[in-house]
Design a protein around this ligand. Structure first.
Ligand code: IPE
Ligand code: IPE
Ligand code: MG
Length: 230
């Protein structure tokens, strides 16, 4: 595929785990277990085909509304993934975690920091995992940083705010893929997606394969992006 037709930054809303499980008369947590496997596969595929940056939405600032059991199960799966990433350093992938770490356990945060440090020098795909992430929370947080950095008046520019987002230094998101049939953004990368293309797919996230990712890339390549121009 021609390089200009390939998105630099892909965002993926990993949705549909619960419905996948329900359809099979399994507990919702079983859907999250399968979803975690789909995540590993999809990240590997992104790295293999040379995607510059991919952000996966794993847990939103609103997902705390769920039962304690479900939240704990998701956090445990996240912890298992971190243990695995510490062991193998995700090879060529550079891992970043975006979201508010304040509500995550100290143990989890220490592991996240270790994975980030272990993979910081990797030069392949940058993978952001969004955990306790909310776009509004991110923008509020950036606004607070502007104030604490003493930035005022005309110095408050798009660049100045952008530099204070969790995604600082990364390109705007070009393509957002949402499986599960829902057609909404659910507080994901709302600043960064100002000119993103959206691909909604009916597949549930646990069933999402490399082929589905490639189909979304093909769809993206057909879009005519104008960014307000003609
Ligand atoms: C996405 O799947 C995982 C998280 C939001 C953590 P869901 O759990 O939202 O699955 P559905 O939407 O209920 O099917
Ligand atoms: C978005 O999915 C969050 C993640 C996939 C992590 P939700 O299932 O929480 O979104 P809504 O509630 O359907 O909008
Ligand atoms: Mg959902």
């Amino acid at each position: 595929m021609e390089n200009s037709l390939l998105p630099r930054h892909v965002g993926i809303i990993m949705d549909g785990n619960g419905r996948w499980a329900k359809k099979r008369l399994l507990p919702r947590t079983a859907g999250h277990v399968q979803g975690a496997k789909a995540f590993r596969k999809c990240l590997r595929h992104c790295a293999d085909i040379g995607i510059e940056c991919v952000t996966f939405y794993a847990f939103s600032t609103e997902n705390w509304k769920r039962s304690e059991d479900e939240v704990n199960a998701i956090m445990d799966l996240f912890s298992d993934y971190l243990d695995e990433a510490i062991g193998m350093g995700e090879k060529d992938v550079s891992m970043r975690f975006i979201g508010d770490r304040g509500r995550l356990s100290d143990k989890l945060v220490r592991k996240m920091e270790q994975v980030e440090a272990d993979t910081a020098a990797n030069t392949g795909t940058v993978c952001c995992l969004a955990v306790n992430y909310g776009g509004r929370d991110e923008i509020l947080n950036a606004a607070r940083k502007l104030i604490s950095d003493g930035v005022t008046g005309d110095d408050i520019t798009e660049e100045a705010l952008n530099e204070r987002l969790y995604t600082a230094g990364l390109p705007d998101v070009d393509l957002i893929i949402r499986p599960s049939g829902e057609q909404r953004i659910s507080n994901f990368l709302i600043w960064q997606a100002a000119y993103a293309e959206y691909v909604f797919m009916d597949v549930m996230w646990p069933d999402f394969t490399e082929k589905d990712f490639d189909l979304a890339l093909e769809e993206f390549a057909t879009r005519n992006r104008r960014f307000g121009g003609v």
